[in-house]
Ligand binder design. Sequence first.
Ligand code: ADP
Length: 185
Amino acid sequence: MRIVFIGPPGAGKGTQAERLVETYHMAHLSTGDMLRAARDAKTEVGQKAEKYMSAGELVPDDIIVAIIAERLRQNDCRDGYLLDGFPRTIAQAEALDKMLAEQGTPLDVVLELKVPEEELFRRLAGRGRADDTPEVIRQRLVAYRKQTEPLLEYYGRCGLLKSIDGLGAVEEIFDRAQTVLDRLD
Ligand code: ADP
């Protein structure tokens, strides 16, 4: 199964993503994790990405698209994957469409985890990651609203979008996700 998992920062995507990839045997492609690893290893890409990440802004599309293009070529992606944190802009979604069309491997579903903004702020403020200061949190939420939310319409138009409620217990939310995925034909 090839899935795009979409949702605002603080929605709990990481937690659900881990369970989903384990249950459905998919590779977990988290661009946030990849960028943090690159930043910590001080690679060229990591150093370029650092200033955007620490400001809560999106890393430029060309950087992230190149990372994903390379990652999708690796063997463990052959049997399916869950994209977590990518695409985040329309340009990224178009680049992904193009790659997948060339390979003849279309997406099966775009799963949205929906959480109201006041709840996100509350959760993020309590998390304490280095890029979780109030100003950076606000900036990440703005980036989501402006740059990523338009993807919901983009994927809605082609019939790929399925949304689930991200409020409730981890187990409940996981059940909702499973219900959606198990109903795909
Ligand atoms: P969040 O916790 O906000 O959901 P992630 O852990 O997915 O964020 O990513 C952390 C940071 O990495 C983002 O704030 C952004 O700067 C950068 N990033 C991750 N994925 C992308 C992407 N697809 N396009 C641009 N920037 C990205």
